[in-house]
Design a protein around this ligand. Structure first.
Ligand code: SF4
Length: 198
């Protein structure tokens, strides 16, 4: 007979085995005391192929293994994320933030649409991604053209726009940062910062 038990049940069963001597008194009461084969529940990530990724939180750049499987709707769903033991950076370990990456993705409170609050408005409105990108482009261009300085007060060419700064997040890799700083410097932006990482 094969019995599937959860980890919690297994621990409870362990306690029950400790009390086995006391249960010997059950013999003769009709209770089935025959041997039972017990095995732990299989890991939910057993046989699931992981994808390699990088923790999105900080510049350390710890490696992640992202496990996915097809849902009933045919789409891939993340079922677990853990540290990548082959990463030379973290060797499978994750700090508390990185260990919560699964909850970051699989979370009913996660904001998955662009939200926009118009100047003076009290409510957020959903905005299409294309519209949001166009608005960023429009405002960047307007601000740059309005504040661009060709020469300083001493007549020395500076060609800068001090009204814009660029702050990069931790998920920006070297290549993205390279392109970003080229774009920003082309606009005359001087203040450029990022969490440079792998
Ligand atoms: S797991 Fe922690 S230390 Fe590693 S990249 Fe993520 S936030 Fe940084």
């Amino acid at each position: 007979m094969t019995l599937s038990v959860s980890r919690r049940d297994f621990l409870r069963l362990g306690g029950g085995i400790t009390a086995g001597t006391a249960l010997a008194g059950l013999a003769g009461t009709g209770a089935d005391l025959g041997p039972v084969t017990v095995r732990a529940q299989e890991s939910r990530i057993k046989d699931v192929k992981p994808f390699r990724s990088v923790c999105p939180y900080c510049a350390v750049g710890c490696g992640l293994l992202v496990y996915t499987e097809k849902g009933a709707d045919g789409k891939n769903k993340i079922i677990d994320i853990e540290g990548d033991y082959e990463s030379p950076i973290n060797r499978g370990t994750l700090c508390p933030k990185g260990a919560a990456t699964f909850q970051l993705h699989v979370n009913p409170n996660r904001v998955t649409k662009v939200l926009h609050r118009k100047p003076g408005a009290t409510e957020w409105e959903v905005m299409g991604l294309e519209d949001a990108m166009n608005r960023v482009v429009q405002l960047t261009k307007e601000t740059r053209d309005r504040t661009f300085v060709e020469k300083n007060e001493a007549g020395i060419p500076v060609n800068n726009s001090l009204s814009i700064f660029s702050l990069g997040g931790a998920t920006m890799d070297n290549e993205w940062n390279h392109i970003q700083q080229k774009l920003m410097r082309g606009l005359g932006v001087v203040a450029i910062e990022n969490q440079a990482r792998i």
